[in-house]
Ligand binder design. Structure first.
Ligand code: NAD
Length: 417
């Protein structure tokens, strides 16, 4: 076993891949190809700090599969970033893009660094160094990065600028999740959260429930969690609890989202928000709500706490928040899990829209983007739901099965099996 495949997260993803592969009787050669990434790039990312010291941070880009199109996936800045985590996330991108019917492969990467400890100038220099090292491996027709944990539209703007300078021409299609002023798409900021909410609506509908009568708890108040909360509240959902790295807050009759967003803008973190009760991240996961959306990090629901989860529906806004053993416990307890490759697919769908708009230099309105996103999310949910009903399987295995069927067909056509 090598350092790519040895991590818990990677093993968890591959357990689902093996189980789904067995269910659909996948060609063993296709499965074998999908079990390891095509390329794993390890980089040294130098940063000259504000006090003149040179530090090297480990950087990674794992390109898992490009059967369906160019590699695509986010860049993460977080102290836990490592090769195996990047590989797990890259493989999830392959399966997500296949499930959503996008002409894209899967990749992921990042830098093992705590961005909260860097000044804005240091962040820019680190990002430009990373872009230089990544340069030979990315491009609008090769590999297209996007924001993930700890990175944002500004990070993408610096990568675009560095890449374009070194290339000699403006290359807007090299990254997605850019500011709209420099080739970004309308609706990209809220896309992942909005996709989570479309999935919540569809999941509730399978139980004859409506979002306007649902209570919702959301872990994580970043690019995914914040927008999921706003969009859910806009549709009448009662968001009773949210959290971030500083802790959580609870209000039984629903949090005031506009006030909370303004508070976080000013104070950076959620904790201390008035007219709410403080709770821990652990408490939030165990609340009695209709819908729980873990939208922060992976591995937050494990065999340790799975038995204590009271929500009926768990929607994986984050990648890998529920371990595979915890998944089994939740299913035994009658819970419905909307898996990450479906639930958080809204981000890459609108990234795909952004890439297309950049390639043709024609830009869509926010309404167009939201309507097109809804069509893809609803159709993807339906394909997974129908597979689950027909084969009497859970949604995680069903989502992976639909993705594998599409990949297997494409691999066969390309003569890869
Ligand atoms: P982000 O950095 O914008 O936000 C992360 C949030 O999680 C922050 O509120 C942070 O305070 C919180 N957090 C960090 N550590 C925590 C902890 N230990 N306990 C509780 N909360 C904690 O990141 P994001 O882009 O919102 O990504 C969140 C998840 O969604 C990740 O798993 C990411 O891979 C996944 N995802 C993101 C996108 C996207 O478009 N950004 C798309 C698909 C999936």
């Amino acid at each position: 076993m090598n350092s790519i495949t040895s991590g818990h997260f990677y093993k968890n993803v591959m357990k689902t891949v093996e189980a789904a592969g067995q269910l659909i009787h996948i060609n063993p050669n296709a499965l074998e190809r999908l079990k390891t990434p095509r390329r794993s790039i390890i980089l040294s990312v130098p940063l000259k700090t504000d006090n003149g010291k040179l530090l090297n941070f480990p950087g990674y880009r794992v390109q898992h599969n490009q059967t369906l199109g160019p590699f695509k996936g986010g860049l993460r800045y977080h102290p836990h970033v490592n090769l195996s985590e990047s590989a797990a996330l890259a493989s999830l991108m392959t399966f997500k893009n296949a499930l959503l019917g996008l002409p894209l492969g899967g990749a992921k990467g990042g830098v093992c660094v705590d961005p909260n400890k860097l000044s804005q100038g240091e962040l820019e220099r680190l990002t430009r160094s990373f872009a230089t090292e990544l340069g030979p491996f990315i491009g609008h027709d090769k590999d297209i990065p996007a924001p993930d944990v700890g990175t944002d539209s500004q990070t993408m703007a610096w990568i675009l600028d560095t890449y374009s300078k070194e290339y000699g021409y403006c290359q807007t299609g090299v990254v997605t999740g850019k500011p709209v002023e420099i080739g970004g798409s309308m609706g990209r900021l809220s896309a992942t959260g909005l996709g989570v909410v479309y999935c919540i609506e569809k999941a509730l509908a399978t139980r004859d429930q409506n979002i306007s009568s649902a209570t919702i708890a959301i872990q994580g108040f970043g690019k995914v969690g914040l927008h999921a909360a706003i969009e859910a509240a806009d549709l009448g959902g009662k968001v009773v609890a949210v959290s971030d790295v500083s802790g959580g807050i609870f209000k039984a009759d629903g949090l005031n989202l506009p006030d909370l967003v303004a508070y976080v803008k000013e104070n950076r973190f959620i904790s201390g928000f008035p007219s709410s009760e403080p709770i821990t991240n652990e408490d939030l996961l165990e609340l009695k709500v209709d819908v729980l959306a873990p939208c922060a990090l992976d591995g937050v629901i494990t065999t340790e706490n799975a038995g204590k989860i009271k929500a009926d529906i768990i929607v994986e806004g984050a990648n890998g928040p529920v371990s595979s053993n915890a998944t089994n416990i939740l299913y035994e307890n009658g819970k419905m899990i909307i898996p990450d490759i479906l639930a958080n697919g809204g981000g890459v769908v609108v990234s795909y829209f952004e890439w297309v708009q950049d390639l043709v230099w024609l830009f869509w309105t926010e309404e167009e983007v939201r309507n097109k996103l809804k069509k893809i999310m609803d159709a993807s949910f339906d394909s997974v739901w129908h597979f689950a009903k027909e084969k009497n399987q859970n949604m995680r295995i069903s989502a992976m099965s639909v993705a594998l069927q599409r990949l297997e067909k494409a691999m066969k056509l390309r003569g890869q099996t």
